[in-house]
Design a protein. Sequence first.
Length: 102
Amino acid sequence: CPPDSQILGRATWTFLHTMAAYYPEKAEAKQQEMMTSLLTSFSHFYPCGRCASHLRQEMAKRPPPVDTRYNLSQWLCRTHNKVNVMLGKDEFDCSKIDERWR
């Protein structure tokens, strides 16, 4: 992992959650394609190889729903919470995702 994976991780989650919060309420086909491509590429080029591998595994088990802002935001929140549990951190209340990131 990078020299300070905690800083990278926090910045990454901030970027992903904020991006999802401003994703279209109901995404058009092209937007869905682009978001799927972004997340797939992200999971291959993320500087922390272990983290990238975990994300790819998670996406294979539960593909990110890119049809709506709500579904994408909830998927990211649940995925983030899985990481939090693995790291021994508290889980975030996903019902408050918009309050936090919008």
